[in-house]
Design a protein around this ligand. Structure first.
Ligand SMILES: Cc1ncc(C[n+]2csc(CCOP(=O)(O)OP(=O)(O)O)c2C)c(N)n1
Ligand SMILES: [Mg+2]
Length: 546
């Protein structure tokens, strides 16, 4: 009778449950798992830090629709990866972390890299469990993977002790689990569908907010149809961008502040009223705003603002219900209203404010001038990764998305250091699409070593680094007569040479007149490239120098 090792059972179970990608760092005791995963046909990407690996796994999960794996060693490896669990939970993205663990027989003895891993992970997970016997691996993998992406997605953790990884079991002694079907797509109550449309019809100043829940549920066709048919003004949450193209005529993203403040009825589609949406509260929202809320999770309904109508269900299924219900109504939001005119006027005024910065060709350049060239250069089907403070916030307004699931940023948890892992995940999942990471110099630094991973795997990621020499701003030179201010980094640091060190292409840009050709050279290069764009260290959202 043939025997099988625990490592092989976990690799084959993961593959069977739709795990195609594994990001990690090997060492004790997980080397056999990584090797078995490769043998089982899972793509294994060896990374340089577990944080970045755990960020990569969750982005791959969001992009593929099923959890993808992160594999880490016991003790410090698991602890580093907790950042990824927390970020995935906050973003509602699926991922499975597999942590190696000390052998069960050494528990409590002070084993090498021994840690209370299940307890540590549990606080940042939907599900965390230790596997105590190799014969139970198919059961635990099925339960973990299913929990990760059914309902509201999130992180799960499995603890794999060394002796379970190495355990040899008879093939006849364990049973494979069944393959988990796609996630259920529950519909909302019919009466609530009607109530939602009636509430929208009663609005003077309606606004649809499209969140990343709609991107996750692949609802782009349904949401686009709904917006077209109702003619409702909409804006997107940061990662809801592209579900409906940002440049759609009904987008009021360019008048975001005004739209949120003055709307009388808000239809929250797969978005949360958390800090990103100013909690739905005054003064950023109208004090008596009425809310229609669509969410996968019933627990989310009413957070911060009571919902007038609750649509609990899958984004794609529920918007399809709304579209069908529209067949019986002759209603759409009229073409000419005071609300539309006010939003258009506001958008135009906002554009007028930033136009001089866009057109300012002086060196060193400002953010808006840099984004002018980046925007014209960006291919329409690019996956845009972004992190930083100004870099990310200004970039959100200056780089439009026309496709769903094509913007990955610091997200609900506001995490710096996610960008390189996200870019590696995007390059792995979408080898046919351009991957562009627009990074602040601080944001890049958290996981900058991952450029080696990109070079080793010849991933054609294009990094555009907006280098102002600091966290939100820098200095012309480091002071020699006083302590270095807390947010200051090295002025004009040569991050481009980091990319060159590993065989990628690095380009330094000091004058805006050279930016476009540098971007073109980066795109033409067959491999990873980093364009290091030196910005005015005092550049900001508003012009600070004359
Ligand atoms: C893990 C983590 N640590 C620290 C922070 C605090 N933080 C917010 S933005 C930021 C960096 C902003 O600087 P940069 O990336 O250079 O962008 P800039 O605003 O300068 O364009 C930091 C460190 C964070 N959000 N996440
Ligand atoms: Mg900076």
């Amino acid at each position: 009778m043939a025997t099988v090792r625990g490592a092989t059972i976990i690799a084959e179970s993961l593959k069977q449950q739709g795990v195609e990608y594994m990001f990690g760092i090997v060492g004790f005791p997980v080397v056999p798992i990584a090797a078995a995963a490769q043998k089982a046909g899972i793509t294994y990407i060896g990374m340089r830090n577990e944080q970045a690996a755990s960020y990569a796994a969750q982005a791959a999960g969001y992009l593929t629709g099923r959890p993808q794996a992160c594999l880490v060693v016991s003790g410090p490896g698991v602890i580093h990866a907790l950042s990824g669990l927390a970020n995935a939970q906050s973003n509602c993205w699926p991922m499975i972390l597999i942590g190696g663990a000390s052998p069960v027989v050494q528990n409590g003895r002070g084993a090498f890299q021994e840690e209370k891993q299940v307890a540590a992970a549990a606080g940042f997970c939907k599900y965390a469990h230790a596997v105590e016997d190799a014969r139970r691996i198919p059961f635990y993998v099925e339960q973990a993977v299913r929990t990760s992406f059914y309902g509201r997605p999130g992180a799960v953790y499995l603890d794999m002790p060394d002796d379970v990884i190495l355990q040899q079991v008879e093939e006849s002694d364990y049973r494979k689990a069944t393959t988990i079907p796609d996630a259920p797509r529950p519909q909302a109550m019919e009466e609530n569908i009607e109530a939602a449309l009636t509430a929208l019809e009663s609005a003077q100043r309606p606004l649809v907010i499209v969140g990343k829940g709609m991107a996750w549920s692949n609802a782009e066709n349904e949401v686009r149809e709904f917006i077209e048919r109702t003619q409702l003004p909409f804006l997107a949450s940061p990662m809801g961008k592209g579900v409906v193209p940002d440049e759609h005529a009904l987008s009021v993203g360019a008048a975001r502040t005004h739209a949120l403040k003055e709307a009388d009825v808000v239809f929250l589609m797969g978005a949360r009223l958390n800090w990103i949406m100013h909690f739905g509260l005054a003064p950023r929202f109208s004090r008596d705003v009425r809310v229609i809320q669509l969410d996968m999770s019933a627990e989310e309904i009413g957070t911060n603002v009571p919902a007038e109508v609750a649509l609990v269900g899958d984004g794609k299924a529920v918007v399809a219900q709304l579209n069908r219900a529209l067949d019986n109504r002759q209603w759409f939001y009229p073409a000419e209203t005071d609300w539309r005119s006010a939003l258009a006027a506001k958008a135009e005024a906002n554009q007028t404010t930033v136009q001089p910065m866009i057109e300012d060709d002086s060196a060193p350049m400002n953010y808006y001038r840099a984004f002018k060239d980046i925007r014209e250069w960006l291919p329409e089907n690019a996956v845009i990764v972004s992190e930083g403070a100004n870099t990310m916030d200004i970039g959100r307004t200056q780089m439009p998305n026309s496709l769903p699931r094509s913007r990955l940023d610091a997200g609900s948890y506001g995490t710096m250091g996610v960008g390189m892992g996200f870019a590696i995940a995007a390059a792995t999942v979408h080898p046919d699409r351009p991957i562009v990471a627009v990074e602040g110099d601080s944001g890049f630094g958290f996981s900058g070593m991952e450029v080696e991973t990109m070079c080793r795997h010849k991933m054609p990621v294009k990094i555009v680094l907006l280098n102002n020499g600091g966290i939100g701003g820098g200095m012309d030179e480091l002071p020699t007569d006083k302590p270095i201010p807390v947010s200051i980094l090295t002025p004009r640091a040569r991050y481009d040479l980091m990319m060159e060190a590993f065989g990628g292409k690095g380009i330094l840009v000091e004058d805006p007149k050279d930016l476009r050709s540098a971007l073109d050279d980066a795109m033409a290069f067959d491999g990873p490239a980093l364009v290091n764009v030196l910005l005015d260290p005092r550049a900001g959202r508003r012009k600070t120098n004359s």
